[in-house]
Design a protein around this ligand. Sequence first.
Ligand SMILES: [Ca+2]
Ligand SMILES: [Ca+2]
Length: 141
Amino acid sequence: MPTIIEDFADATLNVSLAGTWTRTSGVYRSPPTSHSNSSYAYLTLPAGALTLQFKYSVSSETNYDFFMVRLGGTGAEPVLGVSGEIGWTTSPVYNVAGVSQVIFSYEKDGTQVAGSDWAQIDDIVITTPNTAFAGWGLPIK
Ligand SMILES: [Ca+2]
Ligand SMILES: [Ca+2]
């Protein structure tokens, strides 16, 4: 199955990302974020995307400043919400059929920071349909 991989090793991205996170030291990282604020990275999936997987790490105030992932719009329930000191971890494989946007966020409460005070993602893997397959739709003889 065709895959799109983004390792953030250089400035040319294979995926469509917007928001305030930036490519830093070969990863994609939340910017300095003040108390009671959030920072976002918006990943627009290619049409027909099937699955999404990525790596993440977090260094934040445990139970108060969170890395969150939502499949869909800002109102979608998070599929991942973690805090504290989390070394590089590979996410589950998420089914993103029918999803056009994935939102990564770093969301902070009103006081205190801990650790590096950031969330990071890397090694995004998106699978897409085999576009080379064009058998269906041919006239039956
Ligand atoms: Ca990387
Ligand atoms: Ca905090």
